[in-house]
Write a protein of this length. Structure first.
Length: 287
């Protein structure tokens, strides 16, 4: 999800196994054997029109798990009942840091009622000095890391796990320090995990495999999306398998993976048809 679209959307909504060697061939649990998940931001325009019908279509397309991005003004009971009727499980949810700081108790109660495993911060955007505007600098990211540790401790006490989802801004640098690296360094692995958005890691000029190899247990969650590069150099989200991102080495390196979520943010044709193609791609992916 793009930085600006996720910020505006969330404000509006209020809201593989370890590898082994045998016979000279690397063996691991194939990611397609994990339930196919979807970040519900992908159907943000469909859910308000037909909430239950859209969830049933996702299940019919092959999805088993979802990650929320806003609750569409539904109670936890109504949201959960709709998921149960469709045969879907909500594993995690996305909230901005400002929401987590100001609405923590309500969000935790909702998450517990929904049976969530993870509470994910989808956008930091908080300066150490609240009067300062613009992009976060290195000191701001260090402040954010401290906030994550504090929130992670409270989320853990509530029976869930706290994590952070990246975009591309985290791969900015200051004095040679990559902001994302500083987050990994300053957050407590016992309190804070990371949901790697593979597409935006690539968009930020880095290789997901390098991070997964270096910090395999910090990334129990992945966002998977495929990208093409436009003539102007900008990246555009496309159906899985139609872009340039090779997910085989990514999943091979993701030895601490527990869940993954397809996220397709823009569509050329019918969204549900393309989301079905995404799910079919993951079913056939041989790693």
């Amino acid at each position: 999800m793009t930085t600006s679209s996720r910020r505006s959307f969330l404000k509006a909504s209020g809201a593989l196994a370890a590898a082994a060697c045998a016979g000279g061939k690397r063996l691991m649990a194939a990611p397609l054997r994990l339930p196919i998940g979807l970040q519900l931001y992908s159907v943000r325009n469909l859910l308000p029109k037909d909430f239950e019908g859209t969830l049933h279509q996702l299940a019919a397309a092959g999805y088993k798990e979802v990650e929320a991005a806003g609750y569409f003004d539904k109670t936890a009971a109504d949201f959960g009942n709709a998921l149960n009727k469709a045969g879907l499980k909500c594993v995690s949810t996305h909230h901005q840091l400002t929401q987590l700081k100001t609405q923590f108790d309500q969000l935790i109660q909702y998450g517990q009622a929904l049976g969530l495993e993870y509470i994910i911060c989808s956008w930091a955007g908080v300066h150490r000095d609240p009067t300062r505007k613009g992009e976060l600098n290195l000191d701001d990211w260090r402040y954010v890391a401290d906030q994550f540790n504090a929130i992670g401790e409270k989320v853990k006490a509530a029976g869930m796990t706290f994590g952070y989802h990246n975009h591309t801004v985290e791969f900015g640098t200051e004095n040679g320090v990559v902001f994302f690296d500083e987050l990994l360094k300053r957050t407590d692995p016992k309190l804070v995990v990371f949901e790697m958005d593979c597409g935006w890691v690539v968009g930020g000029g880095h290789d997901p495999v390098e991070y997964l190899n270096k910090f395999p247990q910090r990334f129990p969650l992945l966002h998977v999306k495929d990208m093409v590069k436009e003539p102007d150099g900008k990246l555009r989200n496309v159906v899985m398998g139609k872009g340039f991102i090779d997910y085989k080495p990514i999943f091979r390196a993701a030895t601490g993976l527990k869940h993954y979520f397809i996220e397709q943010e823009e569509f050329e044709g019918d969204p549900m048809t393309e989301l079905r193609e995404d799910a079919d791609f993951m079913k056939k992916l041989d790693v």
